[in-house]
Design a protein around this ligand. Sequence first.
Ligand SMILES: CC(C)(COP(=O)(O)OP(=O)(O)OC[C@H]1O[C@@H](n2cnc3c(N)ncnc32)[C@H](O)[C@@H]1OP(=O)(O)O)[C@@H](O)C(=O)NCCC(=O)NCCS
Length: 172
Amino acid sequence: MAILETKRLRLRPLAEADIPVLHRFWTQPDVRRYLWDNVIISMQRVAEVVTASSAFFEQCGSGFFAIESKDSPGTLLGFCGHRQFEDGETVELLYGILPEHSGQGLVTEAAIEVMRHGFRTCGFEKVIAVTDTPNQKSVNVMQRLSMVFQRRCEWRGLDTVFYEMDQADFPG
Ligand SMILES: CC(C)(COP(=O)(O)OP(=O)(O)OC[C@H]1O[C@@H](n2cnc3c(N)ncnc32)[C@H](O)[C@@H]1OP(=O)(O)O)[C@@H](O)C(=O)NCCC(=O)NCCS
């Protein structure tokens, strides 16, 4: 099982047992606004996401990781990881943090390690990140990771920005 560590964090694959906590997390207004286009997703949908993540771990060695603090192991603060983008080819980075743990650099710290894992262990050649243009906090994470702006366009009816990073450009 892929377990990653950073200075402050332990990252472990999302599991079935996380589903109720994830549902509370992902349906909070500030979290769901951009993550789920403001839709209050069902517990069943959360379960499907966790199942897809586990399948991606099996297939490619990565997926969605739970972000836990080393100071309070077992408590989920957020998530960060890879999934197959809907084009069926590209790997996408996705993340989120409970509002009360935002603004401490935890997501960026987790995402750097997840990107390293993706490029160095899984051999991903390119990783993209996609968000609604108004989601400046998410764009800030992409820019702190040194991802490169690719395009801004209407995507599923929403003003959307795409960032990307090639394996060869990953600094770590
Ligand atoms: C997008 C999201 C993950 C960003 O969270 P975040 O807390 O701003 O990101 P980080 O954990 O990397 O923290 C960075 C912030 O902490 C600050 N910070 C404080 N202490 C820090 C430290 N020790 N190290 C680094 N940054 C620190 C940074 O200055 C930065 O603030 P800024 O963006 O105002 O400059 C969060 O807003 C979220 O979960 N949103 C809902 C879900 C979502 O939209 N996900 C993205 C979908 S595409």
